[in-house]
Design a protein around this ligand. Structure first.
Ligand code: S3P
Length: 455
């Protein structure tokens, strides 16, 4: 029997080492892959379901740790949510403005989306007091980006370091509408303010410097909120006071999870993979454009619209001849960045295996994700022999140097764990990824799928 390519060691502290040992004979990846539900849409479906009247049925919910954090917070405030053990989850909402005051601290775990979006909801619920916290990573991530506009709306929020770090305490109250010009293109900031605006009399507007993902806008409309979008000024306005009504939400596969297989298929010689049922909302498809610029062979098949979101199957074939890659470096910067922000770690892996230099700029946001993704990716891929120079707002990657397996660490960041695993498939020798269990934040079956496609 040939030795296992993929193995997992669970340590005493229940963290996991993912060990990847590609065979000396060539590895190539084949098969059809079904990825988990979109994380952004899953959070929003749970939240809007909880704030609606009647029942919301969510089909294809991501059963990862982050949506579980959202579900447990809203259960603690009165929403009835069926157990998150099948992909069909029902939420019995309690109606806008009716959240009950939780008797304990709300814990958002590792999830920035849970905490930031929820803050808008809590701050606008009068006469209730809330405390919110998260894990070590989340407690170090900046909350001022949402606290500041909420304070402008009249919210009462307290926290460490000038109200910028969780744990935070919130005294809910009636807010006043604002027009907020966000200095960053962030769907979390935009959504937080829109959610606060739902409960605020009058028109609340957010203008962004570049368009970020628009799942909140699509879903708020579907649930009955009064919303207008002005693409020419990148502004969204919500008029407070509408009632939300429970809906059926069909969650497409997460393009951010698909990205690992798209890059794996593009860099591992001889591979061909089909990633099925991928959400291809244009505010999320920057990764497809960036990989196309690099010369990847990715086709969108079976394009369709499912419950208000565009969906397709994505076929990726190895880009190259024999073991000579056809991928080439490129520059990724400007307005495309918010449309591929979560895919930059895996894009860095593609760049390592491309010919020439890739420059990623305007992505300083990466420094305040679940880890500092610029430093962590440069250091960890660097241990495998990659040539990456950190820039204040991105990285410069010189591709074409073969990688060698090494001891690396995810820094408990799900996207780092999975990106390193894909890099390891194309390295010589054994890679040991510490704290790889982080993948379950957004992709609980990642390792199982990895084993399947490597067979
Ligand atoms: C998300 C928005 C993005 C993204 C995060 C999910 C969302 O964050 O990185 O993983 O669901 O709104 P920012 O809005 O802070 O860029």
């Amino acid at each position: 029997m040939s030795p296992a390519i993929i193995s997992v060691e669970t340590k005493e502290d229940i963290s996991q080492n993912l060990i990847i040992k590609p065979p000396a004979s060539r590895l190539s990846l084949h098969g059809n892959i079904r990825i988990p539900g979109d994380k952004s849409i899953s959070h929003r479906a749970l939240m809007l379901g909880a704030l609606s009247e009647g029942e919301t049925k969510i089909q294809g919910l991501l059963l990862g740790e982050d949506p579980r954090s959202t579900a447990s917070c809203f259960q603690a405030m009165g929403a009835e949510i069926s157990p998150l053990n099948t992909e069909l989850v029902t939420v019995r909402g309690i109606g806008l403005g009716n959240l009950t005051e939780p008797v304990d601290i709300l814990n958002a775990g590792n999830s920035g989306t849970t905490l930031r979006l929820m803050l808008g909801i809590l701050a606008s619920h009068p006469s209730r007091f809330f405390t919110v916290t998260g894990d070590g990573s989340l407690r170090s991530r900046p909350m001022s980006r949402v606290v500041k506009p909420l304070l402008e709306m009249g919210a009462e929020i307290w926290g460490r370091k000038g109200n910028s770090l969780a744990p935070l305490a919130i005294q809910g109250k009636s807010l006043k509408p604002i027009h907020y010009h966000s200095p960053i293109a962030s769907a979390q900031v935009k959504s937080c303010i829109l959610l606060a605006g739902l409960m605020t009399e009058g028109k609340t507007t957010v203008t962004e410097p570049a368009l970020s993902r628009d799942h909140s806008e699509r879903m708020l409309r579907a649930f009955g909120a009064e919303l207008s979008v002005d693409p020419s000024t990148k502004s969204v306005t919500v008029t407070g006071g509408a009632k939300l009504q429970g809906q059926t939400v069909i969650v497409p596969g997460d393009i951010s999870s698909a990205a690992f297989w798209l890059v794996a298929g593009a860099i591992v010689p001889g591979s061909e993979l089909v990633v099925e049922n991928v959400g291809v909302n244009p505010t999320r498809t920057g990764i497809l454009e960036a990989l196309a610029m690099m010369g990847a062979d990715i086709q969108q098949e079976n394009q369709r619209e499912v419950a208000g979101e565009p969906v397709a199957d994505l076929r990726v074939r190895y880009a190259g001849t024999g073991s000579v890659t056809a991928l080439k470096g490129c520059t990724i910067s400007g307005d495309i960045i918010p449309r591929l922000i979560d895919e930059i770690p895996i894009l860095a892996v593609a760049a390592v295996f491309a010919q020439g230099t890739t420059i990623i700029k305007d992505a300083e946001e990466l420094r305040v994700k679940e880890s500092d993704r610029i430093t962590v990716m440069a250091q960890q891929l660097g241990k495998m022999g990659a040539k990456i120079t950190e820039l204040p707002d991105g990285m410069e990657i010189t591709g074409g140097t073969p990688l060698t397996g090494a001891d690396v660490d995810s820094f408990t960041d799900h996207r780092i764990a999975m990106s390193l695993a894909i890099a390891a498939l194309n390295a010589t020798g054994t890679t040991n990824i510490q704290r790889a269990e982080a993948a379950s934040i957004s992709y609980p079956d990642f390792i199982t799928t990895l084993e399947t496609v490597c067979k």
